[in-house]
Every structure is written in C-alpha cells, then in structure tokens.
Ligand binder design. Structure first.
Ligand code: GLV
Ligand code: MG
Length: 328
C-alpha cells in the first residue's frame, strides 16, 4: 500500500441517478416517488434558454417543498461558459433549504473550473450561514475534461463523484455515434483469414467504443476517492441495451448509471446491487478470514482455495454496499 492514504467521499448509494428537467414542475414532483438513489434537478441541457429562469424557480421550490425521502438531491447548474451559471449557484444556494446535498457541474474542463465554482459556493454558504456544505458531482464530457481528469478529480474537497457524459463527450471528440451511450456497429474487429481453410467463416465482433473513456475516468475517480458513475443511455425503450451498457460499466468499476427516463431507474438499481449469491459468498469469505485469525493462521482458505487480500477487500466492499442498500 502506498504511504498516501486516499480519503473517500462520503458513502452514498449512487446506483441510479435520475435526471429531471427543471422546467417540468410535474416531473420534479413525480421524481420523488421513484426509487432513484440520486436525483439531479437539471438547469442545464434539458432546459431551453427561455425557460432557464423559470426552471431555477421550479427547482428551488421543489427542493423546499417536496418530500424527497432519503434520496440524495442534486442540482445540475449551467456550464461556466454561460451567463446562467453564477445565478444558478447564487439563487439555489441562497434560497434552497439544506435538503440540497450536491451540485453537479457540467462540462468541467480544468481543475480551475471546479475551483471557481467552489469559491462562489463557499462565499454564498458563508454569507448565508448555511449549515450543510454541498458536495460536487463533476461531469467529464469533453476532450479537455478527460485530458485533465486527474487534476479535476482532486480539485476540491467538495468532490464526490465523476460522471461520464457520453453525449457531449461524443460531440467534443467528434466520435461517430448512433444511440446516445450505445455501441456503434462500425467499431469492431473482423477475425483473420484462416491460412488452412480459405472457406472458414470470419466473424465480426462489436467492440465497446466507450471502453477507454470509462476506464480512464474510473481510475481518476478511484485514485481520488470519488464514485465513478456512467452517464446516459438514450433509447429508453431498449431495456436490454441499457442493461448491457450498465453491466459493462459496472464491470469496469462504476457505481451506478444515469436514468434519463423513470423506466431506467429499476434497471440501474438491479445492475448495481450485488446479488444474494454474491453477498453470501462475500460473507463466507469474511467469516473464513475471521476463523483464520482466531486459529492464528496467516493464509485464509475457503472451499479448498486460498483467498487473497484483494478478494477479502472486495468482499468487505460488497458487504458494506449490501448493508447500505438494506439501510436505504
Ligand atoms: C450528459 O450530460 C451527456 O452529455 O451525456
Ligand atoms: Mg452533457
């Protein structure tokens, strides 16, 4: 282990992160009845320019009046390149109650972007004597943001999570896409010709064009003690497509995925919750470890196999997550 200890962001469930447009007052209220771990009330790209002011008012009213239960509540502010952003921060933090947990900053390009918002947030919090310090969710969705992802992840004590904003990322990198966050049939490999049999069929395997970006963000997030979260999947009628993209991001280490439609919330929760079998296995690993400690043995064994330290850590994480879900 390095001598550098990684301080972890506050432990929150982040399996599903539901996006709700701030301009749609009814959707804001309905969102509270859904099972999302985190809800972000959007002032940015889901809101047209002439609705920005009303959306701000709706969002503040919703934070203050709706019963959000135990959900984590976030507001996505506009980007630093717009003239909406300062008022988003000032109005929301001056007028919204302490029910607000997080602010989501879109299109973060440099650590200085986070620093700038931190400065503004800190001023309003101090001026208003806000008791609760809001945390930051940062969307990595530009080439610049990905190039600077490590410094961005460490740019503020408020940082809690990094999110892969695949739609804007595709636009920024000029990637060729089909469905938002989905695969592209042109990204694949054709198996080689056989030297022995010219008639042997060749196979085309689709690849995941987002692999590098997600894996890169996961490393930056984990190295800074933050939660990596996968972004949107555009075709909300394609549950299988959503599940596949959610699973592959989970395999790479993400803790959850966005839901841009209520039907995606349960899909995300199910993919990002450990199964009964996984939890049982993890508990057995931890029991085997405790037994080995009691017996004074250095090596831990389970079902005739040696259990390494990494597996014990994975088991601890899993059992902790299961307890969090049960408590939620
Ligand atoms: C999210 O904001 C995205 O651009 O995918
Ligand atoms: Mg975006």
């Amino acid at each position: 282990m390095s001598f550098t200890i990684i301080e972890q962001a506050p432990a929150r469930l982040n399996r599903s992160e539901l996006a709700v447009p701030g301009s749609n007052a009814r959707a804001l209220e309905k969102a509270a009845s859904l099972d999302a771990d985190v809800i972000f009330l959007d002032l940015e790209d889901a809101v047209a320019p002439d609705e920005k002011e009303q959306a701000r008012k709706n969002v503040i009213a919703a934070i203050n009046t709706v019963d959000w239960g135990k959900k984590t509540l976030s507001v996505r502010i506009n980007g630093l390149d717009t003239h909406y952003m300062y008022r988003d921060v000032v109005d929301v933090l001056e007028q919204a109650s302490d029910r607000l947990d997080l602010i989501m900053i879109p299109k973060v390009g440099t650590a200085a972007d986070v620093y700038a918002v931190d400065m503004l947030v800190t001023q309003v919090e101090n001026a208003k004597g806000r008791a609760k310090r809001v945390g930051f969710e940062l969307i990595i969705e530009t080439a610049l943001g990905m190039a600077n992802v490590d410094e961005i992840a460490r740019a503020s004590k408020r940082n809690e999570s990094l999110h892969f904003g695949v739609a804007d990322y595709a636009a920024s990198t000029r990637a060729r896409t089909t469905v938002i966050g989905g695969p592209n049939p042109l990204y694949g490999v054709l198996t080689d010709r056989s030297d022995d049999d010219p008639n042997e069929p060749r196979h085309y395997h689709w690849g995941d064009m987002w692999h590098y970006a997600i894996a890169r963000m996961v490393v930056a997030a984990r190295a800074a003690g933050l939660r990596p979260v996968d972004g949107p999947f555009g075709d909300f009628k394609d549950a299988d497509g959503y599940r596949a993209q959610a699973n592959r991001a989970a395999v790479l280490g993400c803790e959850g995925k966005w839901a841009i439609h209520p039907t995606q919330v349960d899909l995300a929760n199910s993919v990002y919750s450990p199964s009964e079998a996984e939890v049982t296995k993890a508990r057995r690993i931890l029991e085997a470890m405790e037994q080995a400690t009691r017996d004074g043995k250095g090596a831990v064994q389970l079902d005739g196999r040696l259990i390494d330290i990494a597996s014990i850590k994975q088991a601890e994480n899993l059992v902790r997550k299961a307890a969090q879900i049960a408590g939620g």
